[in-house]
Design a protein around this ligand. Structure first.
Ligand code: UN1
Length: 508
């Protein structure tokens, strides 16, 4: 790990504030990054002061003046090179993600792969920022629309995808001609510094203005500064619903734009016509992958009466085979939770579930002893519950899977939709009628709805996000880029008269 820290220039104590190549003298408090893998201190990062923030915004503003004039395909070429740099650093960055955040090494690599993929996507996009043309109702007139860069994009990201979520936002924002100010999670500041290091090198080699990629490490105060700041037209925030409500309210109060990607309470319906063996993989990976800390993690299984007992038995036996431990050891399936606060939240949820009458088919608990010294390793648990338990309505960021029975599909869909969140959902069925009903306008109310695939592990090519308390924003693929630009409608009169629209006569 020491070698990786050296490679990214982040060993020891670091400033958490930079505008690209320029690293500012940070004036905020000190953040110590501990690894949940072994409890050791990895390195320190000094957070931004308010003065630092002001300096960063000023640099970003002047960078925007120049960057917006670069042709989009030239901006895309810089992003292409950034994708190449990430390919070269995939191993090291993936390992650092795994060690600082605690996800398995495979998932750490997978996360860097998502970054590479979004770079490729953004490069293509840089030649496809299309607007429509319309037919004017007036003779000798032409109408069309253009998409222009927006300005500064504030990015607030969470610890669970410490690097990929930044890249979904920043790569699109950059080809769109925007500049970015990133506030990473204070739980994973080092992976953010490593990304900034990689980006700064590529940007400097291409003469990109200082301030196109800015990093402002800190706690919620930094998020509050950005949310209230009229100089930041778009704040894209990923994290808890509680955080999103605060960001949304502050950005809304100044009529700015907020792109919110918040909590999920994702369910898989296991139909009577499901392929149970195949379903098992999707359910177990969805529930225990990343130790249940994805916003797309599977939290609920809604299982048909006729297969309930058989599928429960399969789950219980699969859970017995799970190896929990050091995520850098590729033999293990499940790593630690992010920190001891998360362990407390997990324990409280188990307790609350029992209080409400839940029974545990697989008991949870905190692991102790050799290899578990950090105190962050927990056992994935399975509880049999009712959908309306308060704890089941709540997103607990931990590997607790709730089982719920159903007898007909309408009921299953109502249960699936019967939570405040609306991110990801799935049905396991080989029955075409059931699959289509689930995907119909009267089916799943989520932003993501899958058939014979679990709830997590979405590809970057689709728009990512969800409805209700998930916040309504869409990031990553499809036409999510539009959120990062402003639309302008242009009407041009090339005739010798000036006719008014709607047939209005106004003769002088
Ligand atoms: C998140 O947890 O914030 O779909 C993002 C997935 C990943 C992204 C998760 N591609 O599980």
């Amino acid at each position: 790990m020491e070698q990786i820290l050296q490679q990214f220039g982040i060993a020891g104590t670091n400033s958490g504030v930079s505008t690209g190549s320029n690293i500012l003298k940070a004036g905020g408090s000190e953040i110590v990054s501990f690894s949940p893998v072994d409890g050791r201190e990895i390195a320190k990062v000094t957070a931004a002061s308010r003065d630092n923030y002001e300096e960063v915004v000023k640099t970003a503003q002047s960078a925007f003046e120049a960057w917006r004039l670069w042709p989009a395909p030239r901006r895309g070429e810089v992003v292409r090179q950034l994708g190449e740099a990430l390919r070269a650093d995939k191993e090291a960055l993936g390992r650092l993600v795994s060690y600082e955040m605690g996800k398995s090494l495979q998932e750490g690599y997978g996360e860097v792969q998502e970054m590479i993929d979004i770079c490729d996507f953004a490069v293509g996009l840089s030649r496809q920022l299309h607007g429509l043309t319309m037919h004017s109702e007036r003779p000798g007139h032409r109408m069309y629309e253009q998409w222009h860069p927006l300005g500064i994009v504030g990015i607030i990201s969470a610890f669970n995808f410490p690097v990929a979520v930044w890249s979904w936002n920043s790569m699109l924002a950059w080809v769109c001609g925007d500049v970015c100010i990133w506030k990473p999670s204070e739980k994973t500041p080092l992976t953010a510094l490593a990304c900034q290091h990689i980006a700064a090198k590529v940007f400097a080699a291409n003469g990109v203005p200082e301030g196109v990629s800015c990093l402002v490490t800190g706690d919620r105060a930094v998020g509050e500064w950005m949310s209230a700041d009229g100089r930041v037209p778009l704040v894209s925030a990923t994290g808890s619903t509680r955080m999103g409500k605060a960001v949304g309210a502050a950005v809304g109060a100044r009529l700015g734009r907020a792109l919110l990607e918040l909590g999920g309470n994702n369910a898989i319906i296991i139909s009577k016509d499901a392929d149970l063996d195949m379903s098992l993989i999707g359910c177990v990976f969805g529930a225990v992958g990343t130790a249940g800390q994805r916003c797309t993690s599977t939290r609920r299984l809604i299982i048909h009466d006729s297969v309930y007992d058989a599928f429960k038995a399969k789950l219980v036996s699969a859970y017995k085979q799970l190896r929990i431990g050091d995520p850098l050891d590729e033999q293990n399936h499940v790593g630690p939770l992010i920190d001891k606060d998360a362990v407390q939240a997990y324990l409280k949820a188990i307790e609350a579930c029992k209080q409400e009458g839940g029974t545990f088919a697989v008991e949870g608990g905190v692991l102790e002893g050799t290899g578990y010294e950090s105190g962050c390793y927990v056992k994935p648990a399975i509880a049999e519950v009712k959908n309306d338990f308060k704890i089941v309505q709540h997103e607990t960021f931990a590997p607790i899977l709730y089982l719920i029975r159903y007898s007909d599909l309408d009921e299953a869909i109502a249960l699936q939709n019967g939570v405040p969140q609306g991110l990801s959902s799935a049905i396991m069925t080989l029955n075409l009628r059931e699959a289509e009903q689930f995907l119909s306008q009267a089916g799943s109310d989520c932003g993501i709805a899958n058939v014979n695939i679990g709830t997590s592990g979405a590809e970057i090519g689709g728009a990512f996000g969800g409805e209700k308390e998930t916040g309504g924003g869409r990031e990553s693929g499809s036409d999510a880029w539009r959120a990062y630009m402003r639309r302008q409608t242009n009407t041009i009169n090339y005739s010798t008269k000036l006719p008014l629209a709607q047939g209005i006569k106004f003769d002088l």
